[in-house]
Write a protein that binds this ligand. Structure first.
Ligand code: ZN
Length: 887
């Protein structure tokens, strides 16, 4: 008997065999094989059970004679006899499970939908990247056969070693929506970069094989690998009868079916697109575009979740955090000897009931009247630390513990506030048990972060992947079709949450604070005389709140000023969850505002960001109001870019997720038109995929002239590569230096320079038709170097005048390429983008501004109705807007 030690690098199954790749301390990889017969349980009337057993015999799928055994029901907490079936052909399980689902209700079946490799790992008490010792024998000409496997490490370890892993990346040069053969495949190793032409399939595969042999990476990180690259490579290899080096496993005859169609499904109320999956055998393939966890926390986050959920790395990378959570709960349930219930949602349509996952739903809000938006000074924000997960842990909330049958007659059990639901006193709930460990892990990593752990980046990734899991936990709890979900347990959590928020409010008031705003797990408080608050002031308050609620209260920060945007602007977002402010140390915090949103173009986000940066210089509202002209200048600076075309068109691109399949669209929303246009190009965009476009002429009667997709734009840059010209929106005229409007502004600026600035007012009388904003901008007599932005604006004017195309401070951040005023900029809908700019300005400034009609800023008809006078008294306005609160 031989032994081998190392990390469990990869695990997968084929038929009744489980394959394990072990990476030793020296980096050597060895393949082992083991047998595994999963066990499932059935409960039904004897006649149905008979039929079931007969069917399994017909399939030759039983490894043992079925027998009855005693197991405990999860919800009922009752032991019952169930039929134990040991399955000899695990590969049949998914098919059997699907069939059984059709008979749902006639009998109960347990454990049939647990991932086979996970089932194996639970049985052996091992997990991905566990450090193992394996005893094995080597049959002649065969793979090393496992005799025993033992983990030398513990799944609950908080600090663990990860073996050294080599990664390469694989991506396409241009948009993945272009035909593959017209793209270029790029392979990047830590030191080299290969550009591989894709025209000839055979040379492409051969080149890739050489690279893989040379570098032998453990990980291939791709972009669109699942959706585009691997389906193409494997198909080409199959057609040309070539073998590829992608899999390290050359023994197990795993066949891939080539699939390019992904699936779209509904989660948290939005449609998510998931590409088909192309894991490799003996190597990891992680598609950064197809991995929710990867996006949030990178590789180390995947490893963290993979370990604690016992889902293989490549499965975890493609799974939701909810799936990982479910597997952690399954693990707990199996250890407690429960019959693990079936997950109905696995077979449900995308229209799943996850809407109630909207994390704040059911949370209490004390909301100020924010009809017009308002601004406050000297506000502190206090947050309950991981409130919902902590409630689940502290109050033992789990689907089986709420209104349990075992405590029906016990008058002393804990009750849920206001709802009166019973909470089990006899059992520890599996959800609370699972979460207790996750909360503990996260606290540990947060602590390491606070203590400046040498590997801060890894700690941060672990911490944030767990955070996402905890966020998900609350929604899954209420989702009746989740494996461990029940609406009443979800309601119990929010009921406790409301009680705790009310407690926090009461304690704050006892401490003589005014609660100005509260939502779910945060309160915003002010001293009654609105004087500054210090951290010391808050320490006792937090301790007292913790004492009464049993949940830690943390100081999120103290704001010099805090804005709540008006409620009328955007109905889609819950108003209560949108705010922005400056912490006393000058740091900025914003929630839900445009600069934080994915569906606004970079240009607008950048503009808002710069205006916010400007605002963050000031500690008080009145200081800011005195300098209102400066923020107006900033606004006009960006507005002028929009009216002159002095920008990079790529910053105008809007990205939206599609919510439907192309054929399902009926209304003419931008995404509809864009999706249909792409369809005309031969690109089928599935629901949940992202589309990118710019707005050309939103009001045009011809739909084809309203929006232009990025793919169309790229096509225009490469006129040779046009695929189909029939549906191209009529050639958008290009914005050129010679356009009359540009010339006018240019001339006007020259005039401005010739005359002294003081005479501008007079000039404006003469040239009344000229863009008023440009003039207004130069009317302001700020002392030089008042603040740096002012200087840049002046520079900008010079650069336009002198036609110097130099990189600009403001654009360089949102677009990496230096600004070029080329004729590539398409004609875009100025009015549309200027309106967005106004919206982004209004959102952050309306509570402070000396005027209310923001539309007038871009109106071409009238003079600006307000004067930028520093002497104006603004204090009246603040007091008025601040005075109304409903709690
Ligand atoms: Zn009970």
């Amino acid at each position: 008997m031989e032994t081998y030690k190392g990390y469990l690098f990869d695990i997968y199954h084929s038929e009744q065999k489980i394959y394990l790749w072990i990476k030793s301390d020296t980096g050597e990889l060895k393949l082992f094989v083991d047998e595994y017969f999963p066990i499932i349980y059935a409960n039904a009337s004897p006649s149905i059970l008979k039929k079931l057993v007969k069917r399994f015999y017909e399939l030759d799928a039983l490894a043992e004679i079925p027998s009855f055994t005693e197991k405990r029901l999860f919800y009922q907490n009752k032991t019952i006899p169930v039929l134990k079936l040991v399955i000899s052909k695990p590969q049949l399980l998914p098919r059997i499970t699907n069939k059984l689902f059709n008979l749902y209700g006639k009998y109960d079946i347990y454990h049939s939908d647990i991932e086979i490799t996970t089932g194996y790992m639970v049985e052996k008490n091992i997990y991905p990247l566990a450090y193992l010792t394996i005893e094995y024998e080597i049959p002649p000409n065969k793979i090393n056969r496992i005799k025993s496997v033992t983990s030398l490490t513990d799944i609950n370890e908080l600090d663990y070693n990860i073996p050294e892993l080599r990664a390469i990346s694989l991506y396409l040069e241009k948009s993945h929506r272009h035909p593959f053969q017209e793209n270029t495949l790029i392979v990047e190793t830590p030191k080299e970069k290969y550009n591989i032409p894709t025209k000839n399939g055979i040379t492409l595969i051969e080149k890739l094989n050489l690279i893989l042999q040379k570098h032998n990476p453990d990980i291939i990180l791709s972009s669109f690998g699942d959706q585009v690259i691997f389906p193409y490579l494997f198909k080409t290899a199959q057609e040309c009868h070539l073998t590829t080096e992608f899999d390290r496993d050359k023994t197990s005859l795993i066949r891939r079916s080539i699939q390019t169609q992904g699936t779209s499904f509904n989660t948290y109320g939005t449609i998510v697109f998931r590409a088909p999956s192309y894991p490799l055998f003996g190597r990891w393939h992680i598609d950064s575009r197809n991995s929710f966890v990867y996006k949030e926390a990178e590789l180390i986050g995947i490893i963290e979740l993979s370990r604690i959920s016992r889902l293989p790395i490549q499965k975890m990378a493609r799974a939701s955090t909810g799936k990982a959570l479910t597997y952690i709960e399954v693990d707990v349930a199996l250890r407690m000897n429960y019959l693990v219930p079936w997950q109905k949602s696995a077979l449900e349509s995308e229209k799943s009931a996850l809407q109630l996952l909207n994390a704040d739903k059911g949370g209490l809000v004390f909301q100020a009247d924010i009809q017009n938006g308002f601004v406050l000074e000297n506000v502190a924000q206090l947050d309950f630390s991981q409130m919902y997960p902590n409630i689940m842990v502290k109050h033992n909330i789990s689907p089986e513990t709420i209104n349990c049958l075992c405590c029906e007659d016990d008058p002393n059990v804990e009750k849920v506030p206001s709802l009166g639901y019973r909470i089990c006193a006899k059992r520890k709930g599996i959800v609370s048990e699972a979460l207790a460990h996750i909360v503990q892990r996260r606290n540990h990593y947060k602590e390491q972060k606070r203590n400046n752990h040498p590997n801060l980046l890894n700690i941060q990734s672990k911490q944030s992947s767990l955070k996402w899991m905890l966020v998900t936990s609350f929604g899954y709890l209420g989702y009746r079709n989740a494996k461990f979900g029940k609406l009443e347990s979800h309601e119990a959590v929010t009921a406790f949450g409301r009680e705790k928020l009310i407690n926090a409010k009461e304690v704050s008031e006892e401490f003589q604070y005014k609660v100005v705003h509260g939502i779910t797990d945060s309160i915003f408080i002010q001293k009654k005389d609105t004087t500054p608050i210090t951290n010391e002031d808050l320490t006792f308050l937090c301790l007292e709140i913790e004492k009464r609620t049993k949940i830690k209260m943390e100081i999120e920060g103290i704001y010099s000023w805090l804005c709540f945007p008006p409620s009328t602007q955007d109905e889609k977002l819950p108003v209560a969850n949108r705010y922005m402010g400056r912490f006393i140390d000058g740091q900025f915090k914003g929630r839900g505002i445009i600069t934080r949103r994915k569906d606004f173009p970079n240009f607008i986000k950048d503009a808002q960001n710069k205006m916010i940066q400007w605002m963050c210089q000031f500690k008080s509202i009145s200081e800011m109001q005195k300098k209102e002209s400066e923020i107006l200048n900033l606004f006009f600076y960006y507005d002028q870019k929009l009216t002159t075309g002095n920008l990079n068109w790529k910053d105008l691109v809007i990205q939206k997720s599609t919510s439907k399949e192309p054929e399902d669209y009926t209304v003419d929303a931008p995404s509809t038109i864009a999706v249909k246009d792409l369809l005309a190009m031969g690109v089928h965009v599935q629901a949940g995929e992202k589309i990118k476009y710019i707005v050309i002429n939103q009001k045009s009667d011809k739909k084809g002239e309203r929006y232009l997709t990025l793919e169309r734009m790229e096509q225009k840059e490469n006129p040779k590569k046009q695929i189909d010209d029939k549906n191209v929106p009529s050639n958008p005229s290009l914005y050129q230096n010679s356009s009359p409007k540009y010339k006018k502004i240019e001339k006007r600026i020259e005039t401005l320079e010739q005359n002294s600035i003081q005479n501008v007012t007079e000039n404006s009388k003469i040239n009344s038709k000229i863009n008023q904003r440009t003039i207004a901008k130069y009317q302001i007599h700020e002392p030089p170097n008042q603040f740096h932005i002012q200087e840049n604006i002046e520079n900008e004017a010079h650069s336009i005048t002198n036609k110097i195309n130099k990189p600009n401070d403001f654009t360089s951040e949102c677009s990496n390429s230096p600004f070029k005023f080329t004729n590539q900029t398409p004609k875009y809908d100025q009015h549309y983008y200027r309106s967005l700019l106004v919206k982004s300005f209004k959102e952050i400034w309306v509570g402070i501004s000396s005027f209310k009609n923001f539309e007038i800023l871009i109106s071409n008809e009238t003079f600006l109705p307000f004067a930028f006078e520093k002497s104006q008294n603004y204090s009246k306005n603040i007091n008025k807007t601040n005075s109304i609160f409903i709690a």
